[in-house]
Design a binder for this molecule. Structure first.
Ligand SMILES: Cc1ncc(COP(=O)(O)O)c(C=O)c1O
Length: 420
């Protein structure tokens, strides 16, 4: 048996930083997963962890969901990639149009990054404008245009962006403060903004909720100024409810980006909107989008089965109950500490060292050292939170009462240790 440390030492030789995505890095080294089932991950040393990272969101139906595995096996027998259209793609697109508000037509891609990149191109193509507005701490993937004051892994780097991005590539990206409608309207009212791209809950700086009425104001500002609203539902979609944040907050996007959960653990994402908008996408329209693996049949098979399960009447009530259970428990044990706790169905974040987080600046003030200690203690006790204060914790439909009771016990004991 090889240890996590051995594997990390070897991994560093062949993989950049020993990982394939920076958020997976952990000090002194990450654990290497051997297998996963339901709400649990098992590492190469035989340690098991209750998983609140869930692949950074996708695994809402739990790991190794038997129905998804069966659907995928069935597809594997028929081939893995065709490069031609399939009937299942039509079914999948049709079902998305029935489920997701304001979506009549979609284009399937493989990752959320591709979805937001194409959504931005579409907004620019339709409006014939160049400027894009995003929000501080919002993360929309790792392409140039959106790596400005971005959340997620870049939040822990010295400059919240990346070198290697030409100034010209981001000169049309304006990042504004979340929950501050004046900051947004002062930019959008100039009349030259193609699109506003927004995470309706900023899950890449923890879990920053929109204040009451804020998203409706964002929509109103967009509409009044001929700007398209790109609802980035890569995290919130199919999580806060079947109809995502649009349904949860009762606000309409013009272009909706989806990813993570819709692929049931396989690479699948999409962007969609009303026909009038989506008809501009190639080959029908002139906004180019293409991808070798777009609508890959294995991913689509997993996606179709995912939608079946999500549509069952027990799915979202259970997710909400379990979210309430864990957040009530955390609240009880932290209400006398300087902490801020935020949640929406299926997601939550506990910030240390702050009492209120309504934007990126507030999130940045949180006590990340305290978080690291908490994270480390929890790992020892078999609970895996995403390894950054600025990543959101997720629940799956396999997180039941027993699993949550165990988690709360571990959290209570971890808090006692770190407060000492
Ligand atoms: C809101 C949001 N949009 C887009 C993306 C990019 O998705 P992907 O990592 O699949 O490229 C992410 C990834 O975490 C995300 O959280």
């Amino acid at each position: 048996m090889r240890s996590n440390k051995d594997l990390f030492d070897e991994s560093k030789k062949y993989l950049c930083g020993g990982v394939n995505s920076p958020v997976r890095a952990m000090k002194p080294y990450p654990f290497f997963t051997e297998r996963a089932k339901g709400p649990m991950l098992l590492d190469v040393e035989g340690n098991s962890y209750i998983d609140y990272c869930l692949g950074y969101g996708p695994m809402m139906l739990g790991h190794k969901n038997p129905e998804i595995i069966d659907a995928v096996k069935h597809q594997l027998e028929k081939g893995t990639d065709y490069g031609t259209p399939t009937e299942d793609e039509i079914t999948f697109a049709k079902r998305l149009s029935q489920i997701v508000p304001n979506v009549e037509k979609v284009r399937c891609v493989s990752t959320g990054t591709e979805a937001t990149m194409s959504a931005i191109r579409l907004a620019r193509g339709i409006t014939q404008r160049d400027k894009i507005v995003k929000f501080d701490g919002g993360f929309h993937g790792a392409h140039d245009v959106v790596l400005v004051k971005a959340g997620s892994g870049v939040m822990t780097t010295a400059s919240p962006g990346s070198i290697g991005i030409p100034k010209d590539s981001i000169k049309n990206t304006i990042s504004v403060q979340f929950n501050n409608i004046e900051a947004l309207s002062s930019i959008v009212e100039k009349g030259n903004v193609a699109g506003i791209i927004i995470e309706p809950i900023i899950a890449n700086a923890g879990c920053i909720l929109p204040e009451k009425g804020y998203l409706k104001e964002v929509k109103r500002t967009a509409k009044q100024n001929g700007t398209l609203l790109i609802m980035d539902e890569v995290i919130t979609g199919f999580r806060v409810g079947l109809g995502g944040a649009q349904e949860y907050f009762k606000v309409n996007g013009d272009i909706i980006t989806m990813g993570k959960i819709i692929g049931g653990g396989f690479p699948l994402a999409a962007f969609g909107g009303k026909k009038k908008i989506m008809n501009e996408v190639s080959p029908e329209g002139h906004v180019y989008n293409a991808g070798t693996f777009n609508g890959n049949p294995v991913s689509i098979a997993a996606g179709l089965k995912t939608l079946d399960i999500l549509e069952r009447k027990e799915t979202y009530p259970k997710l909400k109950n379990m979210t309430d259970k864990i957040t009530d428990g955390i609240y009880d044990m932290t209400s006398k500490m300087k902490t801020a706790l935020y949640s929406a169905p299926g997601m939550f974040c506990l910030y240390f060292g702050v009492e209120k987080v309504k934007n990126y600046e507030d999130a940045k003030k949180s006590d990340t050292e305290m978080f690291k200690k908490f994270h480390k203690e929890l790992l020892k006790k078999g609970v895996f939170l995403p390894p950054s204060q600025f990543e959101c914790n997720f629940l799956s439909i396999d997180h039941d009462e027993e699993v949550i009771d165990k988690t709360l016990e571990s959290m209570s004991s971890a808090l006692k240790t770190i407060k000492r």
